[in-house]
Ligand binder design. Structure first.
Ligand code: FDA
Length: 391
């Protein structure tokens, strides 16, 4: 015996909850299914437990995709300001950190509670801990699970990307897309710590825990001025996570290790000093980092003995420091997955598959990857909201 619904949403994460609530509030009879016992685990652990739920500066340029224009429609239909208004309506206290990032004052749980309440308003039926065994479409969609067979006119796939498999990430959504003939672009971990070549690990590994502000840039992609953190295996911290999304194996990264500092003017003031170069650099960086830098640079003379060529070489080494990562720490440490359902096969206005009426894909599954800082949740809210209007 099968149970009938108008819409079945697969995946009770950020995008699935938003979509189910919207569809329900439009009067659609919605079933929300998830294989995990606890829903929205990624919201729960996000932002260090305080959920960086959006960013006041959201704009399409902050997203990576084979089609950078695809995200425009959903982001315009449901903006960061719409989500902020919703958060305010629920009286959730929040604050802006750096670079427009909005966090809950207390706990991510308040965002989960908001979404659950929105689902209740829409009369959404929720089933957790359910394994989906098959999805097919003899006439209507049929979802076969270990808890029964469910039928609906629309199926919304919101099963997320591959990051953090330990809390339930699966490739389910990509396989389902392929089953229905949609293309999937190459996938890779993104917003992920980078690993260094063994030689660089030998130099920088000892400095694990040290953070400095840098301006970092991958070979293709914008520059990010934020903190970089050295780790035992390579580098992390916001700047490195941001560039990791643009980095490809074999490519290098270029770092300005002293962004915003007028090094020429600062050196001119101290040009005749007996200070060793390493001690001078310790005025800009943690001392241990400055010492490691001069060892690598191969010159730790007093400032007064530096000739013009050495100074030029020094500034070049600081402003154009080249790193060649040899990989990433993979999906276990990645915040998101780059790539996904090929946007050529989806309508940007509705998130529905162009060739399969009634089948929708939303959230991280789609080939739209945001910067660090609340951009990925905004994509989940926007794409989920849009599908919720059309499913
Ligand atoms: P999401 O992963 O949220 O939900 C997918 C759901 O589908 C899950 O509930 C899962 O159990 C379910 N599912 C998977 N396979 C299934 C299957 N086979 N059958 C049934 N159900 C299945 N972003 C941001 O903007 N601000 C932030 O602060 C953070 N912080 C952050 C921290 C950490 C540690 C991580 C890993 C990620 C972030 N992110 C973030 C990224 C953000 O969490 C992510 O982009 C969104 O959760 C994506 O929302 P989705 O709904 O697409 O997937």
């Amino acid at each position: 015996m099968s149970l009938n619904f108008d819409v079945i949403v697969l995946g009770a994460g950020a995008a699935g909850l938003m979509c189910a609530a919207q569809a329900g509030q439009r009067g659609r009879r919605v079933l929300l299914l998830d294989h995990a016992v606890r829903l929205a685990e990624k919201i729960r652990i996000s932002g260090g437990g305080r959920c960086n739920f959006t960013n006041v500066n959201v704009r399409p340029e902050c997203y990576l995709s084979d089609n950078p224009h695809f995200c425009r429609s959903a982001l315009a239909q449901y903006t960061q300001h719409d989500f902020i208004k919703l958060v305010e309506r629920y009286g959730i206290a929040c604050h802006e950190k750096t670079l427009g990032q909005l966090f809950c004052d207390d706990s991510s749980q308040s965002i989960i509670d908001l979404l659950l309440h929105e689902c209740e308003l829409g009369g959404v039926e929720r089933r957790m801990g359910v394994t989906v065994q098959a999805v097919d479409k003899p006439s209507r969609f049929r979802v076969t699970t270990d808890a029964g067979v469910f039928e609906a006119d629309s199926v919304v796939v919101a099963t997320g990307g591959l990051s953090i498999p330990q809390i339930g990430a699966t490739p389910f959504g990509y396989r389902l897309a392929e089953q229905f003939g949609l293309r999937v672009t190459p996938l890779a971990p993104a917003l992920v710590p980078l690993t260094f070549q063994p030689g660089d690990v030998a130099v920088f590994g000892e400095l694990a825990g040290i953070a400095i502000e840098v301006e970092a840039c991958a070979e293709r992609g914008p520059a990010f001025r934020e903190a970089a953190l050295l780790t035992h295996k390579g580098a992390s911290g916001p700047a490195m996570l941001q560039v990791s999304s643009y980095w490809r194996p074999g490519e290098s990264l270029t770092l300005d290790l002293c962004p915003g500092v007028d090094l020429e003017a600062r050196l001119a003031e101290d040009r005749h000093s007996d200070k060793l170069l390493g001690n001078w650099l310790a005025g800009f960086w943690p001392r241990r980092f400055a010492q490691a830098f001069v060892e690598l640079f191969g010159d730790n003379r007093p400032l007064r003995s530096l000739d013009e060529r050495s100074v030029a070489r020094l500034f070049e080494a600081i402003r154009g420091f080249v790193l060649r990562p040899n990989g990433t720490q993979g999906y276990r440490k990645a915040e998101v997955t780059r790539g996904g359902i090929d946007t050529r096969d989806l309508s940007s206005k509705t998130m529905m598959a162009r060739e399969v009426p009634g089948l929708f894909f939303v959230g991280e599954l789609v080939d739209v990857t945001g910067w660090l800082g609340g951009y990925n949740f905004q994509w989940a809210w926007s794409s989920g909201w849009v599908a919720g209007q059309h499913c």
